[in-house]
Design a protein around this ligand. Structure first.
Ligand SMILES: O=C(O)C1=C[C@@H](OP(=O)(O)O)[C@@H](O)[C@H](O)C1
Ligand SMILES: C=C(OP(=O)(O)O)C(=O)O
Length: 441
């Protein structure tokens, strides 16, 4: 369990690319595994979460091969062609792999047992077992809702019309993916629009998928049992990974960083708007489209950030970026107040409680609410000197690596290993730009 020491070194300067988008990488492997023919993917994120998806799709019969750095070839089994794996599948730390693959299995006549690490085994699965039971799948889960869990899909799936009670792209996608091998039309009605990578990719692969606005809801309808065409896809850089660089360069005086090829799907760009609302200096350059998704280069320069009490963005457009945004608020001048964030309590860790504890340990003043945090910014360096417990959460480890760059005394992160799940090159990339990050065995 290597710990990580974060202390200021020099301004961040340079031009970099971050690894491929995690959400798009997962979906590219799952959907190409169901296509008829050979798909070719470049820029795939080779973090542990996506590798867990690759292994699971292989275990269920697809041919998934790594050709080189980020370059993968997948031969699909066709919609309806998944097979029962000959062992338990281990999803590691990845909620997205678990919930989306449960959707795929639900409408296949196969049985799969899934497990994961201590973090994943504590995350709620009822949010997907409830709608997937309506489809006809059966579940045996620990305490009715946790991994390890055995799912038995049905040979006779029902198309459902489902309105998820929470804003979750994973729940929406699980239901849509179950709808793939289901006759008739599967419908999901979202109260709040969440990331639409599943919809975009299914449409690019030839599925009939239709998105409308009805009675204030975003309604997605998928016609079942399409033949999916294979894809040739270049995965854009992950804006959620870029967020650590955006905040770091904003708060470290003298920084000037350009991140090339960042995915700018409008349902993911909340962090850019949030930082701008705090006085951040971010330029969006060279906007273009790549593989059905908008991308751009982002130039970020240091700025004197101000606290924000009324964030002008929907939380779902930056849900994984709140830990690092809280660190920006800790350094900003004035008080920030973030609410409507109850979903953060069911991520890899309880991100409200774990961030509150780590910030307090480093001298930041704050109040924790049921659904958010109020953070009283230092208007400059935070005291630091604290030990942060990451609780197997990559975003916590990376957020505090960023905060340490504006601390009077170094910040220590107890365990850097979770960073491997989503951003394996994080420490090298940050130190290459000028950050002071040191791993301790
Ligand atoms: O669909 C996806 O790829 C994801 C959806 C989000 O989860 P929820 O659906 O639980 O909000 C996000 O936190 C996760 O990192 C990736
Ligand atoms: C919540 C996250 O991922 P997952 O739900 O896939 O574990 C994340 O990456 O921050």
């Amino acid at each position: 369990m290597p710990s990580l020491n974060s202390a200021p070194r020099q301004p961040l300067t340079g031009t970099v690319k971050v690894p491929g988008d995690k959400s798009i990488s997962h979906r590219s492997l799952m959907l190409s595994a169901l296509a008829v023919g050979e798909s070719h993917i470049t820029g795939l994120l080779e973090g542990e979460d996506v590798l867990a998806t690759a292994e699971a799709m292989r275990a269920m019969g697809a041919t998934v091969e790594r050709l080189g750095d980020g370059e993968w070839r997948v031969s699909g089994v066709g919609v309806g062609g998944l097979m029962t794996p000959d062992n338990v599948i281990d999803m590691g730390n990845s909620g997205t792999s678990t919930r989306l693959i449960m959707g795929l299995i639900a409408s296949h006549d196969i049985t799969v047992t899934m497990t994961g690490d201590a973090s994943l085994r504590g995350r709620p699965m009822g949010r997907v077992t409830v709608p997937l039971s309506e489809v006809g799948a059966q579940f045996a889960a620990r305490e009715g809702k946790y991994l390890p869990l055995t799912i038995t899909g049905t040979r006779d799936p029902m198309p459902i019309d489902y309105t998820p009670p929470m804003a979750s792209a994973q729940v929406k996608s699980a239901v849509m993916l179950a709808g793939l091998n289901t006759p008739g039309t599967t419908t999901v009605r979202e109260k709040v629009a969440t990331r639409d990578h599943t919809e975009r990719m299914l449409s690019a692969m030839g599925a009939e998928i239709d998105v409308t606005e009805e009675d204030g809801l975003r309604v997605v309808r998928l016609k079942g049992q399409p033949e999916l065409k294979p894809i040739t896809l270049e995965v854009p850089g992950d804006i959620s990974s870029s967020a650590f660089l955006l905040v770091a360069a904003s708060i470290i005086p003298g920084s000037d960083v350009t991140i090339e090829n960042v995915g700018m799907n409008p349902l993911r760009t909340g962090i850019v708007h949030a930082l701008k609302a705090m006085g951040g200096d971010i330029e969006i350059l060279n906007a273009r489209t790549l593989g059905g998704e908008p991308v751009a280069d982002l130039r970020v320069r240091a700025a004197a950030l101000k606290g924000v009490t009324n964030l002008p963005v929907d939380p779902s457009t930056m849900i994984d970026e709140f830990p690092v945004l809280f660190c920006a608020a800790a350094v900003a001048e004035g008080t920030s107040r973030f609410t409507g964030l109850e979903e953060l309590r069911v991520k890899e860790s309880d991100r409200l409680a774990v961030m509150a504890a780590g910030l307090k340990a480093n001298g930041v003043e704050l109040t924790e609410f049921e659904d958010g945090l109020e953070i009283r910014g230092a208007g400059g360096n935070v005291p630091g000197g604290g030990m942060v417990e990451t609780h197997l959460d990559h975003r916590i480890a990376m957020a505090f690596s960023v905060l340490g760059q504006r601390a009077d005394t170094a910040v220590t992160i107890d365990d850097a290993s979770p960073i491997q799940t989503s951003f394996p090159s994080f420490i090298d990339l940050m130190t290459g730009l000028g950050a002071g990050l040191t791993l301790k065995a």
